[in-house]
Design a protein around this ligand. Sequence first.
Ligand code: GLN
Length: 287
Amino acid sequence: MKTYNDIYLAARHELKRAGVEAFDLEARLIISAVAGKSKEEFYRDLKLYALGDTEERVQELIERRKNDEPLAYVLGEWEFMGLPMKVDPGVLIPRPDTELLAEKALGILRESSEPGRRVLDMCCGTGCIGISIARMKRDCRVILADNSMKALRIARHNCLKNSVTQNTTVLEADAMKDPPMLLGKFDLIVSNPPYVPSFEVLTLDNSVKDFEPVEALDGGPDGLDFYRAMIPHWTDILKPGGSILFECGEGQAEKIGRMLEKVKFEKVEYYEDPAGTKRVIAGLGKK
Ligand code: GLN
């Protein structure tokens, strides 16, 4: 029989030997996920004998991690805006960069206390952006839309996990086509569409290109296909005064800004991520 500490030391050692930089943290997260323990419970219980098949299950996850699989998929859950999101290889792992988009969206929604405002998260993936809005602004109604059934299943699960089923709806829709009839009008549209230029997808880290869904990354020859399709058509379903917020990749913001200027917003703004990249573009106040 082994204690949690024995398993922890062995896991740390193996991950370190495999070149995993944060071996200590990752070993703890993997064991905590298998044993269903919080950080406090993990440290509290280190001296206890591990239950049943803990060691084998930890070993399985360690093997996956050693094969470069992203930690988020190995754990099956990842945090976004402090909220837990279920993830699997059918959806992109929520990135810290995308929290900037969620924060800016919340900033806009907090400018008014009018209830019942409608928000659309287009290309929702896990649902992380829309769900954090639904959770932190409970008086808004959020529609989470994606063309991937795998994503919609996860998004639905994440609505339940975060107790926002009351003010969210999950819907199949394709950003490359016109908005479905009867979708209604929105106060705010948020979107983190695929934006990696096709030729760059193969140059991404192994842990990204070998595991994450390419259809959530590949934005066409210059990465801008989704903006080109969405800006002319999906801005029609904004209410007058409504806004649209996009995440984008390095060097894309101004090009997207020019597309937004053609639609006539009161202003187009850019927001930088901590690395100084213009990561979020906003068309504010649809005329
Ligand atoms: N930020 C992601 C990456 O660089 C791309 C996300 C996207 O295409 N929407 O891997």
